[in-house]
Design a protein around this ligand. Sequence first.
Ligand code: GTP
Ligand code: MG
Length: 431
Amino acid sequence: MAKATEVSNGAQIEMGKPYFCQECKRNHTKGKIYKEHLKFATAIEDEENPDEMVSNNELDEENGEAADYDDNFEDIEVEENIDFLDTEDDLEDEENPDNDEIADDIDDDDVNLDNGADACVEAVKKLPGVGEATLKKLIKSGFNSLESIAYTPPSIIQEESGLGEKTIVKLIKSSMDKLNIGFKSAEDVWEHRRTIAKILTGSQELDDLLGGGIETGSVTEFFGEFRTGKTQLAHQLCVNVQLTREHGGLEGNALYIDTEGTFRPERIIQMADGLDLDHKQVLKNIIFGRAYNSDHQILLIKEAANIIKEKNIKLIIVDSIIGHFRSEYIGRGTLANRQQTINSHLHDLLRLSEINPELAVVVTNQVQSKPDVFYGNPLQAAGGNIIAHGSTIRIYLRKGKGEQRVAKIVDAPHLPEGEAVFSITENGITD
Ligand code: GTP
Ligand code: MG
């Protein structure tokens, strides 16, 4: 049954059969991968469960040289040419007894692997080489779908999951392969864009300007001076996202990250009442997080990845994206650092909208005066080019007469420049 037999340390070790390593003080699965350790090997007899032993051997034989992805993968001398995606067998889920031992070291209180019903987690579990320990780390750090792995830079997955770099690169590659990420025809892109879901704003004119409402899969930025309605729009969208699809919602919940302390449930109640909704339920469906500083704000968004699916979140609001950064990073010397941090924060948001098939992200932004502008509007969005490039659709808001506000498309890949007038009333945003 076994392929080869090696004699070491006085014990006969069959290739593919687990053995106890005196050096590591633990069991290794495959003599070949841990070749260097064979001299420390002693055979183990699985008296308790001989059947399982046999089946492990059979599995190993089938899998040939399937790579072992436990934590120590990169610390251990790895036999060269173990190509992760080489054989079809590699694509099979690998049961690795070694992982059990490592898994014990991980605080798995809040990691639930029995999430059998979750097709996304199941798909990650089936990635080649993903054993229980790796899966736990991935899920714990929010990488619970193929998309979340495929779209995230390796350095970020590494930082958050603690997995090794080589492991991550292979995981990303196989996730991409499974998702068929690569070139596709413009027709396919159009097919996808045609079906993009949108959330109505409450104002027909504003919806028309936006090409049918706030798009999912993108980051939309509202920027403007104080009292131009950014926060009011954010509140309204949290209510509207809960509407049925035929009424312009996504039948989903909202996550509201408040950095300025201006979230007002009483406004939500007024808006819900205005739409004849049960305001108690509407309030329940808005998950609120108050960010007290920029680090906290970044952390909240990182944590959001874990609750989007579980809580059926279809809209994330960050009101405002820049406030904390502006007050914390003071002086020219800190500018580069600030821009870099905002950039990565925005990309976290963008990624969330791309990973989750029906999620809209809306951020608000302040304006700053640009003293060198003599003609036109001297106000420009704070945060400079970083935010401009990070958000997909940008809308500038300014005050009109009384309750009226004017929205202007400043940048959108698919929309003509134009303006719309809407009103802020007691019942929320209307025409
Ligand atoms: P900053 O956060 O200060 O930058 O401003 P913002 O753009 O977020 O302003 P916000 O959305 O909070 O708009 C505030 C304005 O909304 C107020 O000045 C009012 O004009 C309007 N508003 C708020 N509540 C009500 C209301 O109950 N009825 C009416 N008619 N207007 C309201
Ligand atoms: Mg505001």
